[in-house]
Design a protein around this ligand. Structure first.
Ligand code: FES
Length: 107
């Protein structure tokens, strides 16, 4: 287990203990985190699990693969340097304490 902090646009934060190997999308859905829709169930085909990570934290994350990169062009809110799809981020010890910002909207 390691912790992820989901921050809402209004500043509200939920800290969730996430089993290693789970995606940050799965953890969000299991814990009823507002604003993570995940219409495709983690298939990297909807972009409704979009989150933002602070620029200073990006080196902790695995690289964006081509499929995720393509889907990030389809997000409902603007793509930023820290944009990621939470279904493509698997929990590891290296991500312990990471803050992810949930966008204003996913649709
Ligand atoms: Fe659909 Fe992540 S859940 S792209």
């Amino acid at each position: 287990m390691a912790k992820i902090i989901y921050r809402q646009p209004d500043g509200h934060e939920d800290t969730v203990e996430v089993p290693l190997g789970w995606s940050l999308m799965e953890a969000a859905i299991q814990n009823d985190i507002k604003g993570i829709v995940a219409e495709c169930g983690g298939g990297c085909a909807c972009a409704t699990c979009h989150v933002y990570v602070d620029d200073g934290e990006l080196s902790r994350l695995p690289a964006i693969n081509d499929m995720e990169g393509d889907m990030l062009e389809c997000t409902a809110t603007e793509r930023r340097p820290g944009s990621r799809l939470s279904c493509q981020l698997k929990m590891t010890e290296a991500l312990d304490g990471l803050v992810v910002l949930v966008p204003e909207t996913q649709v």
